[in-house]
Design a protein around this ligand. Structure first.
Ligand code: FES
Length: 81
């Protein structure tokens, strides 16, 4: 959590946090704008979204839970290079 920036009401946090969930999606929390590589906006209707990182979701770039069916495996932390 960071300090609210000017123009934000007290208690409003505009930091963005991305959390890789073990064997699951990337959880993105905070005020973001999501767009495809052509710059077209992808609608985000909530403050926290889950982005697929297994590649098998039927609603990419969002996670739909398919990672469990395909037994996607990845650590939460960084892998060794
Ligand atoms: S990470 Fe959940 S469907 Fe891919």
């Amino acid at each position: 959590m960071g300090e609210p920036r000017s123009g934000q009401p007290d208690g409003v946090d505009d930091d963005v946090t991305i959390t890789p969930y073990r064997d699951g999606p990337l959880l993105v929390r905070g005020p973001i704008r999501l767009q495809d590589q052509d710059g077209s906006e992808i609608e985000v209707d909530r403050g926290t979204i889950a982005l697929c990182r297994c590649g098998k979701s039927r609603v990419r770039p969002f996670c739909d839970g398919t990672h469990k069916l395909v037994r996607f495996a990845a650590p939460s932390g960084a892998e060794q290079r």
